[in-house]
Design a protein around this ligand. Structure first.
Ligand SMILES: Nc1nc2c(ncn2[C@@H]2O[C@H](COP(=O)(O)OP(=O)(O)OP(=O)(O)O)[C@@H](O)[C@H]2O)c(=O)[nH]1
Ligand SMILES: [Mg+2]
Length: 216
């Protein structure tokens, strides 16, 4: 009897298939003139609030669609829809991230010619979404001053994959005695060239800079 061991690199296959779908998405967004922005970050850092504030400022100028990634609810999609923005909810069930195929399924019934700006709110955590490209032209990581001082050092991979890091809730920094400079140093330690913006999605501070950085 001969015994043969075949090593299957599931990670490579899974990520390879996702990369293919992500490339298809990117091609489709480009063809339709859509800027797609993937917004990642831990639970409660203000991803939805940031999208709401951006939509308030941009809905007169841009035709916006929002895809909300959430395990179980439509809460975030409903919040954004209350600003008159079209939304599609993706409930991932047990999956801790969106992937490129989920985006394809979610957009199946959507006429992409109706939009030029797509905000994708990824599932709230700083770990899983980093491994899965969605085909978005910009990946933003939202961190905030309420998560404690070590979140960058503990999650360098997500930061490495980002195009921009937004430090949100700066209106609370003083009350929490939060050292923003030290957080920015941690980000630069991971990527010395990473663009960083200080923002309060609640008060609107820094939102104009964010729009400029995104070319909106
Ligand atoms: N003070 C202050 N509160 C904020 C700011 N941004 C968001 N919040 C509040 O923080 C809480 C969480 O905000 P969300 O926008 O729901 O956070 P999220 O990242 O979308 O959360 P999940 O979707 O659950 O991962 C809400 O109560 C917001 O009102 C900010 O800039 N300043
Ligand atoms: Mg949210």
């Amino acid at each position: 009897m001969t015994e043969k061991t075949i090593r299957i690199d599931i990670g490579k296959d899974l990520f390879g298939a996702n990369e293919e779908a992500a490339t298809e998405n990117a091609t489709s967004f480009k063809k339709h003139g859509i800027l797609a922005v993937d917004i990642m970050g831990s639970v409660g850092t203000g991803k939805t609030q940031l999208i709401e504030t951006l939509c308030e400022r941009l809905s007169g100028r841009h035709r916006i669609l929002m895809l909300a990634g959430d395990l179980a609810t439509t809460i975030d999609a409903d919040r954004v829809a209350s600003h008159g923005v079209d939304t599609v909810q993706i409930n991932t069930g047990t999956a801790c991230h969106l992937d490129a195929r989920m985006i394809q399924v979610a957009l199946r019934e959507v006429n992409l010619s109706d939009y030029d700006l797509l905000f994708i709110e990824n599932v709230g955590n700083l770990i899983c979404p980093a491994g899965y490209s969605l085909g978005a032209a910009k990946k933003i990581v939202v961190v905030s001053v309420t998560e404690g001082p070590y979140m960058i050092r503990k999650h360098p991979l997500t930061i490495k994959r980002a195009d921009l890091v937004v430090i949100n809730k700066i209106d609370l920094a003083q009350a929490l005695e939060f050292n923003i400079e030290s957080l920015e140093e941690d980000i630069r330690e991971v990527d010395s060239k990473m663009p960083i913006l200080r923002v309060s999605a609640k008060t609107g501070v820094g939102i104009e800079d964010l729009m400029t950085t995104l070319g909106l």
